[in-house]
Design a protein around this ligand. Sequence first.
Ligand code: HEC
Length: 153
Amino acid sequence: MKRKLLAATVVAVGAAWALDALAQVKPETLVKQRQAAMTLQLKYFGQLFGMARGRLSYDASIVQRNAGYLDVLDKMPWDGFDPSTKNVTVKTAALPAIWNEPAKFKEAAERLQSEVSKLVSVSKGGDEAAVQAQIGAVGKACNGCHDNFREKQ
Ligand code: HEC
């Protein structure tokens, strides 16, 4: 009984702390974090793109590893596009379309996740041509969103 109570208290304190932590994240921090997640996506996708372009030699084990990393990274940036960040003073390339067309933005994020999931699957098979094609599909999903929702660089 006592132990149960203690467990319940620990859970409650943990949840309160988590809510509190979320509430306190400054919009500027959210921008920095979403940009950091994007930067890491580029790090691990960039190697794959280099292989697909023949600029880096093909390495199936790196493809598998990076596909797995991307499968996690592609879930991270989105909660950083909180409405509280609309008017931040820090540098951001996020376009208002993100908040004006949220369904379309979400769809573009889901497209990336689905293409990366497919890359995870094909990277486990030995078909290099299929992997190269799927790397291309992931790249299209990155660009598909940037074209509509990121300021031109
Ligand atoms: C659903 C939309 C969407 C998808 C998909 C997407 N991005 Fe982005 N990306 C953005 C937006 C919006 C920004 C601008 C963020 C900002 O400046 O606040 C951005 C910014 C970036 C940046 C610049 C980060 C910085 O430091 O300013 C890089 C690099 C990047 N994305 C790489 C990628 C790669 C690689 C992929 C695919 C694996 C990808 N993105 C997929 C929307 C997307």
